[in-house]
Structures are given as C-alpha cells and as structure tokens.
Write a protein that binds this ligand. Structure first.
Ligand SMILES: Nc1ncnc2c1ncn2[C@@H]1O[C@H](COP(=O)(O)OP(=O)(O)OP(=O)(O)O)[C@@H](O)[C@H]1O
Ligand SMILES: CC(=O)N[C@H]1[C@@H]2OC[C@@H](O2)[C@@H](O)[C@@H]1O[C@H](C)C(=O)O
Length: 381
C-alpha cells in the first residue's frame, strides 16, 4: 500500500491575481482525494509590485540573482503565502502537523527556456519556518537542467485525474486557460503529451486594464460587444510559435497586447478572445490525434466569449467540450492541487516531467525540500 500524504499546494500564476491554496490526500500516483481550497486575492498595490518585479527580473542573468526590488518582493510574497496557509488551516480547523508537505510554486518572474533559465521567486526555507510544515519548492529547475522547457508541470496531475473520468471519449485533453494557456493530452493507454498552447488571458487582461482600467473582462462581456479584427488576430496567430516543429514554453511577455490605436476597446477584447481560443486548437494540431474530449480549466473558462468560440470549434470537429466542473473537478483550484501532488512526487523521488510534457531528455524529478531550517534537494536525477 503506497504511503498517503496530506499535502497543500500553493499557486501564484502568471495572471498575478492572487494565491490559490488547495489540499489533497494523495500517494503522488493514482490515488487523489481532492479536499478544501481557498483563493486569496492580491490587493492592487501588491499586484503592481509584482508587475514591477517582472521588469526588474529582466536584468537577471543567473537564477539566484535578485536585482532591483526582487529581494524584498520575494520576502513579502513568501510571507503572504504563509498568511494564506494560516488562513486556510484556520478556516478548516486543521493544525500544521496535520499537513505532511506544502508544494510552493512561488511567482514566475522570468522564463527563458532557450537559455535554460526560469526564475520563480519564493523563499521555501522562510515559508517552512513560518508555517512549521515541510515545503517543496523550485520544482522547474531540474527539468531545465536536463534539457526540458521547465513547463508545463501540471500534466502528470491531469493524467492522474483522468482516472476519475467515467468512460470518456479518448484522447482527453485538459486545457488550462491561465495567463498563458497550456494543454495536456492523455491517451487511452495513459500516454501524456503536453505543451504551452499560446496566450491565455494575459493579453485580454493587459488590454482592458490599459484601455478601461479594469483587471479583466468579466464574463467576456466587453468582448461580446465587439467584432473580430482579422488583421489584428493574424498578428498573433501568424507567430512561428504555432508552426515551429518544437513546442516551446512561454514567458508572459512573449506575446504583447495591442497598442491603444490598434482597435476600439470591445473589438480588441473580442479579437483577443478569438486569438485565445484559436491558439488552443492550432496548438492541438501538433498532437498525433485531435482530442475527442476537452476539459477546460483556469480562469479563462469564466470568459463566455472564449468559451463560445471553443464550443463552436469543438462542435465543428465533433469533440466534447466540458468545463472542469462539468467533468467533476475544480477549474480554479486545479493548479494549486497539482502543486500539492507534485510536492508528494518530489518527496518520493518520482518524475515530475517527461519527454512528452516538457521535452526533457528523460523522466526527471525536481524540487528542493525545506524542513523548517534545514534545506536540501529532493532526490534529483
Ligand atoms: N469572471 C471572470 N470573467 C472573465 N475572466 C476571468 C474571470 N475570472 C477570472 N478570469 C480570468 O482568469 C485569469 C486568472 O486565471 P488563472 O488564475 O487560471 O491564471 P493563472 O493561474 O494566474 O495563470 P497561469 O496558469 O498562466 O499561471 C484572470 O486574470 C482573468 O483574466
Ligand atoms: C514558467 C511558468 O510559470 N509557466 C506557467 C505559465 O502558466 C501556464 C503555463 O505557462 C504553464 O506552462 C506554467 O504553469 C503551469 C502551472 C504548469 O507548469 O503546468
């Protein structure tokens, strides 16, 4: 009987909208029992600090450098994660010693896969000391050290979740529409192929923030009032990202939002929603077989305009398209759950990534474990 862990996962993603906390009971393999979760939004001032941090991170040449505001930001980000864990434990009447491990993603401030450089700020040792729970963090680095793209890491968790699906039409494709979108295709034989699929919400968020002073297009309503501008859409969909043979993982800044003069507010939002949906199917075209079932996760599933485009295309190709909830999951907690799952796999020395998920040369584990004051690598291959 494989050892079962109670794990918490912490995700602060590329949208920088807040900290997602989720708890699992899992053996890091096929046994997954999803438990409570919590989202703790960032206040606008801290979100601005994170955005400035991404600017400062452009000066990073080595992964342990913290130029500009990054050292102070990393400490404050870590302390906010500690507060989020304490809030979660208090809300659910759980003591720290009831948790075996915390998987801590931190905040990606830089991602240059072609330079084998990815930086997630977040001080795992500080977090472990603050909450009194062992922490696994920095889980992307070992994949890159072995030739991988360093992302996406959620696919092995998506694959575990397919065991909960009731006789789906295979292949099943989980799609995360976060700031960046990524997909995980799972075959009936359990084979996993995954990669980033293009811009997710990040262009829409930046567009409506710059043009209307709001953080995102609630329900995709602004987009619903506009029309797709073909020339603007092609500016994104013509990117070699979609045609290159090699699948690459993306940095938040690999695609930039339109300038103010490029479109009216609603036409810009509509066009970017169209791009987000079209990018998913263009990238899915690199799969050996087009999925028969799509499970949509991430905040983008709340954008009805994106979802309308996705449903139309799924219907055209004869595929089933479900939200995570329709498939029995929680599309907002998915990534935090994955980091709980990955933390257990890391402790057990199990692979986090595979040639089919990041292009890594062989299945490798990853992560650094911090146990209060002591830190050391989980078994790295
Ligand atoms: N009600 C809503 N209507 C429209 N869009 C929404 C809504 N709620 C969230 N979103 C979108 O989802 C985004 C957050 O999604 P999510 O939390 O999945 O991103 P993330 O995890 O930060 O990104 P990534 O997966 O790239 O790291 C928001 O920035 C917004 O664009
Ligand atoms: C470097 C980095 O943080 N990449 C993120 C980003 O956000 C979505 C997509 O690009 C995904 O590849 C990844 O995060 C998810 C959690 C992952 O690693 O699976």
């Amino acid at each position: 009987m494989a050892e079962i862990f109670t794990a918490i996962g912490l995700m602060s993603g590329t949208s920088m909208d807040g900290i997602d906390v989720a708890m699992l009971e899992t053996d890091g393999e096929g046994m997954v029992v999803r438990r409570q979760n919590l989202s703790v939004p960032y206040d606008p001032a801290f979100r601005d600090r994170l955005k400035h941090g991404l600017e400062d991170a452009k000066a990073i040449m080595k992964r342990d450098e913290r130029p500009g505001s990054l050292a102070g930001l990393e400490r404050d980000l870590t302390l906010r994660h500690a507060d989020a864990v304490r809030a979660f434990l208090s809300e659910n009447n759980i003591l720290p010693d009831g948790i075996d491990v915390v998987g801590f993603h931190g905040q990606t401030v830089l991602h240059r896969p072609d330079e084998a450089l990815t930086v997630q700020i977040g001080d795992g040792a500080l977090l472990s000391r603050e909450i009194g729970i062992p922490v696994v963090y920095d889980m992307r680095a070992n994949d890159m050290a072995h030739g991988g793209q360093g992302a996406p890491l959620v696919p092995v968790y998506h694959a575990a979740l397919t065991r909960n699906l009731d006789n789906p039409r295979w292949p099943v494709c989980f799609v995360n529409i976060g700031g960046i979108s990524n997909l995980t295709c799972v075959g009936a034989d359990g084979a996993i192929v995954a990669f980033d699929s293009g811009p997710g919400n990040t262009l829409i968020d930046q567009w409506v923030e710059a043009q209307a002073g709001i953080p995102f297009d609630q329900g995709g309503r602004i987009a619903s009032e506009g029309r797709v501008l073909p020339a603007l859409a092609d500016r994104y969909l013509a990117s070699p990202f979609f045609t290159d043979e090699k699948r690459r993982s993306l940095d938040r800044n690999d695609f930039l939002p339109p300038e103010g003069g490029d479109a009216e507010l609603s036409d810009g939002a509509r066009t970017l929603a169209y791009v987000t949906a079209a990018a998913i199917f263009r990238s899915a075209g690199h799969l050996e077989e087009m999925p028969k079932t799509f499970v949509i996760c991430g905040g983008g599933r709340h954008n009805d305009t994106i979802m309308g485009d996705l449903r139309n295309e799924a219907e055209r190709i004869g595929a089933v398209l479900l939200t995570a909830e329709q498939a029995g999951f929680d599309g907002d907690a998915m990534e935090a759950e994955a980091w709980a799952y990955l933390a257990v796999r890391s402790l057990k020395g199990l692979p986090l990534t595979f040639p089919g998920t990041t292009g890594v040369e062989k299945p490798v584990t990853g992560g650094i474990v911090a146990v209060f004051d002591a830190i050391g690598p989980c078994s790295q291959h």
